[in-house]
Design a binder for this molecule. Structure first.
Ligand code: PLP
Length: 440
């Protein structure tokens, strides 16, 4: 189609986009009312449009840009890799970035999760973990262990397997007839103070169905897409013990909460695992692992799962693959991210989390706001009295205050890049408060 010429540069790209790009997570019939921001470039925490306006990326572009946009160190690592080996298939070949990445992630679990599979997006990691769990039981003569347990309002991705363990109606319901059946149990929620009840619910489920269960899947500490619903490490510790007692795998989906987001590299580290048995059977990473540069996901698992596939029989192997499995450039980006953590990123994040907490504390006293909550650099609050359509109105109003922010329902949250200093935290709190004043 011909490009319209009489429009401003932003409107030009918005119009062409709405005509040709099928945007994700978007009802296209309504997209023109909230036209996509036409972004020309990103630098640090800021996104810049075509007309000199800028937006602070408070949500790290769907939680991926941990070090902001166009980070020179990560870009240099990718460029070097592109000039050496952009890609090679990982079946029948191997390469240094994949090997070193697997080794370094394993070391971060103290060797508890020493076997690493590679995928692309988060949902492909979820598919891998579900399949590995089921197939490992099958290889051990327990093909009846084929069902999964997820938590109320969980989110694990949009592919058919991941949706089956997702409990967000707006994403799931249309496809329900296509999905395998999972058990959905009550989730712990710090706002409800219901951890004991939630543990009882999952204990009852395990006691009743363990013989047919492959795994429980959980988003450790923060259920992101549910609206930043938080629970304590105690819940996770108890869940680990329950899964062990009932001989059911535990899958920790750290796609959103991994890579330092909760303060530790793995959210699971908040449980202070003392031995291998204290770790989950699977940990999944994606999103921030490449600092928002290239798609990559990782599934870490145990010797026990790995050994269940060890056989001369090909069909007992884990044959799952994607064309870009273990892409070297993506692995190089991930290694650059790990370098930051080796150099003390966790301590930096602790400071940044405190600066956010200090800056947003006054909002906790605001009558319109409930349940100001935080885990690491995830900060959220609810606006229960807001009228319908709050999320869209807040998002649009925030643009005028130089913020890219997307509430989930009536929950406003920030998951900013790890680039916060005290003045930035203060500015963010002020801009969010001004947006709230405009909307409520
Ligand atoms: C906890 C969790 N799991 C899985 C996914 C799916 O990841 P992706 O969108 O990369 O497929 C997401 C995405 O938001 C997520 O938050």
């Amino acid at each position: 189609m011909n490009a319209p010429t009489d429009l401003s540069p932003n409107a030009h790209w918005q119009q062409r986009s709405l005509a040709s790009v099928w945007h994700p997570c978007t009802q296209m019939a309504r997209a023109a009312r909230t036209p996509p921001l036409a972004i020309a470039r990103g630098q640090g925490a800021w996104l810049h449009d075509h007309e000199g306006r800028r937006y602070f990326d408070t949500i790290s572009s769907w939680w991926v840009n941990l070090f902001g946009h166009a980070d020179p160190g990560i870009n240099a690592a990718i460029t070097a890799q592109l000039n050496t080996l952009p890609h090679v298939m990982l079946a029948g070949c191997t390469h240094e970035p994949a090997v070193v990445l697997a080794e370094r992630l394993s070391a971060r679990t103290g060797g508890a999760l020493g076997h690493c599979s590679f995928g692309s997006d988060g949902a492909s990691a979820v598919e891998i973990a579900l399949k590995q769990s089921f197939h490992s039981w099958r290889n051990r003569g327990r093909a009846d262990k084929r069902h999964f347990v997820c938590l109320r309002h969980s989110y694990h991705g949009e592919t058919i397997g991941a949706l089956a363990v997702t409990d967000v109606a707006v994403f799931r319901d249309a496809y329900d007839p296509l999905l395998m059946r999972a058990h959905t149990v009550d989730a712990p929620d710090s706002r409800r103070g219901n951890e004991a009840e939630a543990l009882k619910a999952i204990e009852d489920c395990l006691a009743a169905h363990a013989d047919t269960l492959a795994a429980v899947i959980v988003e450790p500490l923060v259920q992101g897409a549910a609206g930043m619903v938080m629970h304590s490490p105690d819940y996770l510790r108890a869940l680990r013990a329950l899964c062990t007692r009932h001989n059911v795998h535990l899958i920790a989906d750290e796609i959103a909460v991994g890579c330092g987001r909760t303060g530790r590299f793995f959210a699971w580290q908040h449980t202070e695992p003392a031995t291998s048995a204290d770790w989950p059977d699977f940990i999944l990473l994606s999103k921030g692992i490449t600092g928002g540069t290239l798609p990559l996901s990782l599934v870490l698992t145990t010797d026990a799962v790995f050994e269940a596939f060890w056989s001369e029989d090909t069909t007992r192997g884990f044959l799952h693959s994607h064309s870009y499995t273990g892409n070297p450039a993506a692995c190089a980006a991930a290694l650059a991210v790990l370098d930051r953590f080796d150099a003390g990123q966790e301590a930096q994040n602790a400071l940044q989390a405190q600066w956010l907490a200090d800056a947003f504390a006054p909002l906790g006293q605001d009558d319109r706001v409930r349940h100001l909550r935080q885990r690491g650099t995830i900060l959220a609050f609810d606006v229960p009295g807001a009228a319908d359509g709050f999320a869209e109105r807040f998002h649009l109003a925030a643009r005028a205050h130089e913020l890219l922010i997307r509430p989930i329902g009536r929950s406003v949250y920030l998951m900013p890049p790890y680039l916060i200093d005290p003045p930035t935290a203060a500015w963010l709190a002020e801009a969010v408060t001004r947006t709230l004043n405009d909307v409520v």
